[in-house]
Design a binder for this molecule. Structure first.
Ligand SMILES: Cc1ncc(COP(=O)(O)O)c(C=O)c1O
Length: 325
């Protein structure tokens, strides 16, 4: 039964009916509310229920539920842990040997064994988890602060903006890449903002190196407000993100048919890619001075193809074009 995890009386009352587990998600997706893990662990222990925390949003780098009394924490490895939006996976972390054996047996019987390549992708992502999450968390805090002062934004949800005591205690290293905000106007206004971005990718998943966002209420079962946009900050230069946000927030449904480019971007000429992203081509390294001229020529011959904001952001957009979200 779903209950508000910040309402400990409601949680205790629900546990009186004898559920087999207390399952908590914190920070929550998409409202980023932070529940008090120590308090929830005590309530679960009093009821004799194992306490499981979905730690996907924070990752084990920013929040360690087992240290606050959780029996187990679970992760969608698809998101920040692998970090490149190119693998599906999940993990259960526990110090409880009996539970670990049961999960392993269930996994073996069910056949959900990750392949070697998928496992390698996750392990490769783990090696940069600290770098990525530190940068993405710093970007998210700056973006949340920017949004909180924006005239079109009516609410911002991010644990780092005015951290609760539980957030400070549980997330000492930062508050993660995920935030959400509400824009004034209708769902169509919010859709127009999402569709207007050039750098921030419209996508449902989150936790990748590329910033992404979506209007959550486009999904039928979602209870978030109609104009709520959930954004996952990536590792792009902050100035690029803020520039893209500013431009997207200036868009209204009535002016989306202007010259701004909408998703998906047309594919630029591959020569342009080499010229604008020297690191992607050894060929380019030997002739860097030609890059700006050729890039300008390529852009001019493709008017619908927007000028790159910076090399980094352009590179991430271009790579994203070639991949699923
Ligand atoms: C908090 C949380 N946990 C788990 C999942 C499941 O992720 P996956 O797409 O890997 O099934 C999601 C998906 O959005 C999520 O938001």
């Amino acid at each position: 039964m779903p209950v508000d995890l910040l309402d400990l009386d409601a949680v205790s009352a629900a546990l009186r009916d004898g559920p087999s587990v207390l399952w908590a998600e914190t920070p929550t997706n998409p409202l980023l509310r932070v529940a008090d893990l120590t308090a929830l662990a005590a309530v679960a222990a009093a009821a004799g229920a194992p306490f499981v925390v979905d730690n996907t949003v924070a990752t084990g780098l920013l929040q360690k539920p087992l240290d606050f009394g959780a029996t187990a924490s679970v992760y969608s490895l698809t998101k920040s842990v692998s970090g490149h939006s190119d693998v599906l996976g999940g993990a259960v972390v526990t110090r409880d040997d009996a539970l670990a054996s049961a999960v392993l047996a269930w996994r073996t019987d069910g056949g959900a064994i990750p392949g070697p390549f998928e496992s390698w992708l996750v392990l490769r992502g783990l090696k940069t988890l600290d770098l990525r999450i530190t940068r993405a968390s710093a970007n998210a805090l700056a973006v949340a602060t920017f949004l909180a002062a924006h005239p079109r934004v009516t609410a911002v949800h991010y644990p780092g903006l005015a951290p609760s005591a539980a957030a400070v205690k549980q997330m000492p290293r930062g508050f993660g890449p995920l935030l959400s905000f509400e824009v004034s106007g209708t769902a169509a206004d919010a859709d127009a903002v999402v569709g207007a971005a050039r750098l921030i990718v419209p996508a449902t998943s989150f936790g990748g190196v590329e910033s992404s966002w979506e209007r959550r209420a486009r999904w039928p079962a979602e209870t978030a407000p109609d104009s709520l946009i959930r954004m996952s900050c990536g590792v792009e230069p902050l100035d690029d993100l803020l520039a893209d946000l500013s431009a997207a927030l200036a868009i209204r449904p009535s002016n989306t048919s202007s010259s701004r480019t909408r998703w998906p971007l047309p594919t630029p000429p591959i020569d342009g890619l080499h010229d604008i992203c020297p690191a992607s081509s050894a060929r380019n390294v030997s002739r860097p001075t030609r890059a700006p001229r050729r890039a300008a020529a390529a852009a001019a011959s493709h008017p619908a193809w927007p000028a790159p904001i910076t090399r980094t952001s352009y590179t991430t957009r271009r790579l994203h074009d070639r991949r699923f979200t």
